[in-house]
Design a protein around this ligand. Structure first.
Ligand code: TA6
Length: 281
């Protein structure tokens, strides 16, 4: 598909959807329907991509915005992939809407031509790119019985230096520290200084990510039951072959998610939204 602002090209045998708009440039891989890069009008890259990322379709690409669906985290059936199938299949670019303010791409995963069978849920994603970055996951129950699922918009945000970052907007929220399997309350702004893997509940307000050299970002959501914050630090990164050892210094995952169980009645649908925008003081 080719439009005024969107072209499709091949890179290492993989299809890439390229967006070149006056307000932003972006690349989306067909594999995983994964936003890999988003640069604003000033050329500032908002997303982090591992230098060791594997992009041959053999595993999820480490970085950008992988989509975790129809489950978040490990599955009770350990033979099934962590974070579900959506990031492991090709996504078709279904439509493009564009104007002087931005581009909206609609993508749909192709489970039929994959080894993953999904019969009871359908999924499509809308990515809006302009002066801000918005991703919407639309899930519908296409079966005649109730279906439960979980999901996350697993966004790897780029930072200048993780040691110069702070996150506000989580104050007072309850969170599960997944590493210690412990429930705590967030007091004050969150400053990361170690391997962090936390699931925050009842996050009502937009989150602000402040980091030294870059302008602060606002991360807002809708339809989420939790916000996941992850940075593997050096210890965790060393355990991941596709995560470059020092990459933890320049990234933080802030994910709008439904980590609890979302249950849909027949024909019911649910939308999970994440919006990232620059805070211009
Ligand atoms: O989003 C946090 C998390 O669930 C962590 O527990 C860690 O596993 C991370 O996702 C990355 O998962 P992946 O399967 O992409 O290595």
């Amino acid at each position: 598909m080719r439009t005024k602002y969107v072209t499709t090209k091949l890179s290492n045998g993989q299809k890439i959807y390229q967006v070149d708009h006056p307000f932003c440039t972006a690349t989306i891989s067909e594999f995983g329907g994964q936003l890999l890069s988003f640069q604003d009008q000033q050329g500032d890259e908002w997303l982090w991509l591992s230098k060791s990322a594997i992009k041959d379709g053999s595993k999820a690409i480490r970085g950008g915005v992988p989509i975790c669906w129809p489950w978040f985290g490990p599955n009770v059936d350990k033979t099934l992939p962590q974070h579900g199938y959506a990031r492991l299949v090709n996504w078709a670019l279904v439509s493009v809407e564009e104007d002087e303010f931005g581009v909206q791409l609609t993508l749909q995963p192709d489970f039929v031509n994959s080894k993953y069978e999904i019969h009871n849920l359908s999924l499509f994603m809308k990515i809006d790119l302009g002066t801000s970055l918005s991703i919407q996951l639309h899930t519908e129950n296409i079966s005649n019985f109730s279906v439960s699922f979980s999901q996350a918009i697993h966004t790897y945000l780029a930072v200048d230096d993780i040691n110069e970052c702070s996150i506000s907007g989580l104050n007072g929220c309850v969170y599960l520290d997944q590493l210690k399997n412990k429930i705590s309350h967030q007091e004050n702004d969150l400053v990361l200084n170690q391997w962090t893997d936390s699931i925050y509940s009842n996050v009502q307000s937009p989150i602000t990510l402040a980091n030294r050299g870059k302008t602060s970002k606002s991360i807002d959501g809708n339809g989420h039951d939790s916000v996941v914050i992850w940075n593997p630090w050096q210890d965790g990164a060393r355990l991941l072959s596709d995560f470059d050892d020092l990459g933890y210094q320049n990234m933080i995952c802030i994910e709008m998610a439904n980590t609890g169980t979302t249950t849909l009645a027949p024909r019911q649908s649910h939308t999970l939204t994440q919006v990232i925008s620059k805070i211009t003081s």
